[in-house]
Design a protein around this ligand. Structure first.
Ligand code: SF4
Length: 481
């Protein structure tokens, strides 16, 4: 497929800009100050990146941004559908919008994102949450200015789940990012994999890659803006380029980015193990600006369960990949996702997951108890374990992983590492002398002492202590350098 067909046409973008100008005009007539927007994001980094695009559209329409609902003229809640827990949190937060709306009847309340793309959710919002003015799904993102204009010009609620279900690519909008030194950059959208538990392919459409030229142009812009640690985003970055005609695959894109002059780091997520190749690991090993760090979601250690999940690799294949990656990058950090209690998983099969943890020794894990998602294949698959058994397995998993994480972190004590100092302070009540947060190439969190005034800089740090979740160190002084 020719990828350019997926880019939203200049004509449609111009129409949307025109709607944006009309929205700006309406607010200019209504108020003698700049209208303010408040955005709230649930879920993954892709959603964060979408919110940054929405903020970009809002900025073009004349909005400024505020940090609380009370000061806002429009509230955007960008939702996540990946687990029931995330959905319930959204419903809880949407409830709060009713107070805001009572205090400010002019407030425009908007729900968008993956959860909003589902018809049953939109229906529930329509019927039970009358103070929500706009619901639009991921497929309608490009038409947000038009949707907002319809609402504010006619004072009626708008529900729009239409749009290209295959998905599109939005170019030409300047995302409004959070300040700091780390940024997300979407290189592709959508997913073709249909893992049996996952709703993403249904709400985000098919895989579509931005051109390498568009990615590199945005990357350079980020460097000019002072970002130094940039994460390339996609549901499965390893299939980047499969829809492009110029033959640029993901390792090639990494090489091209690595060749950009400057002092920066590049990381990426997420990598599907079925598409991870030796070439990817070789490129990571050979390109000094590409972090030796990978998030490689394995999900389970049992081959029958992996088959039922439609993951299309075996645990042996996964171990082979990790072994090769470590052979070319001995310092590689690896994180992963594990789902506990997938329908049909037995206690014996769960033991294979624990065995895999011991074999791989992940740096850390994102762990979840299976949450059925309507419309997916696993939605009504029968369970063999009780809720209590799943909970017990989950706790056992955490126990094993926490021990491994602590053992790995202990090996860092005494080492000297290059870290990027962040803006964030240490908000924990212990080890208070380590005031600054920083990140290693492997994305390990290092609380630093002696790093005041070094925000946004790469510095060397000597690691003095470790815990399960973090390292503690001191910034190397000038005389030691
Ligand atoms: S690869 Fe699987 S888990 Fe990841 S987004 Fe696609 S369907 Fe979901």
């Amino acid at each position: 497929m020719n990828k350019t067909s997926r880019v939203v046409s200049d004509e449609l973008m111009e129409i949307q800009r025109d709607y944006g100008r009309r929205v700006r005009g309406i607010y200019a007539m209504k108020m003698d100050r700049q209208p303010m927007a408040y955005t709230q994001t649930f879920g993954c980094q892709q959603n964060e990146a979408d919110t940054e695009l929405i903020r970009g559209m809002l900025a073009e329409m004349g909005f400024g941004f505020c940090d609380c609902i009370e000061q806002a003229d429009i509230v955007i809640v960008n939702t996540c559908a990946i687990r029931d827990h995330a959905e319930q949190r959204v419903y809880g937060n949407v409830g709060e919008l009713s107070h805001a709306k009572k205090n400010n009847p002019e407030l425009v309340t908007v729900l968008c994102g993956c959860m909003a793309q589902q018809a049953h959710v939109a229906e529930r919002i329509k019927n039970s949450y009358p103070y929500v003015d706009i619901v639009f799904g991921t497929h309608a993102l490009a038409r947000f200015p038009e949707i907002l204009y319809t609402c504010v010009s006619s004072h009626r609620r708008v529900f729009d789940l239409t749009g290209d279900e295959q998905g599109c690519i939005l170019e030409g909008i300047e995302p409004v990012r959070k300040e700091g030194h780390r940024a997300w950059l979407s290189i592709m959208y959508g997913c073709n994999n249909f893992c049996s538990y996952c709703v993403v392919p249904y709400v985000r459409g098919r895989e579509r890659s931005r051109t390498p030229e568009a990615v590199i142009a945005e990357f350079k812009k980020l460097l000019d803006q002072g970002y130094k640690d940039i994460t390339l985003l996609g549901q499965n970055v390893n299939s980047y380029g499969s829809d492009l005609e110029d033959g640029c695959d993901f390792p090639t894109l990494l090489e091209r980015i690595n060749a950009i002059p400057g002092d920066f780091r590049v990381r990426f997520m997420t990598s599907h193990p079925k598409d991870a190749t030796k070439r990817l690991f070789d490129v990571m090993a050979n390109c000094e600006k590409i972090c030796n760090s990978i998030h490689l979601p394995v999900q389970a250690g049992n081959d029958r369960v992996l088959r039922e999940m439609n993951r299309r690799y075996t645990s042996a294949r996964y171990l082979e990949l990790v072994e090769y990656a470590r052979s070319v990058m001995p310092d590689l950090t690896i994180t992963s996702d594990i789902i506990v209690g997938f329908p049909g998983e037995t206690n014996e099969e769960f033991q294979d997951t624990l065995r895999l943890l011991e074999q791989v020794r992940f740096d850390s894990l994102f762990t979840f108890i299976f949450s059925p998602r309507r419309g997916t294949k696993a939605w009504d698959m029968p369970d063999v374990l009780t809720k209590e058994e799943k909970q017990r397995n989950f706790e056992q998993l955490l126990e094993v992983q926490n021990r491994i994480s602590k053992e790995i972190n202990d090996t860092y004590v005494g080492r000297r590492l290059r870290v990027l100092v962040g803006e964030e302070e240490n908000d924990r009540s212990y080890n208070n002398e380590y005031t600054k947060q920083s990140r290693t190439e492997g994305f390990k969190l290092v609380y630093l002492r002696g790093a005041e005034g070094l925000e946004g800089q790469f510095v060397d740090a000597v690691i003095e202590k470790s815990s399960t979740w973090a390292l503690f160190g001191r910034a190397v002084t000038e005389t030691e350098r």
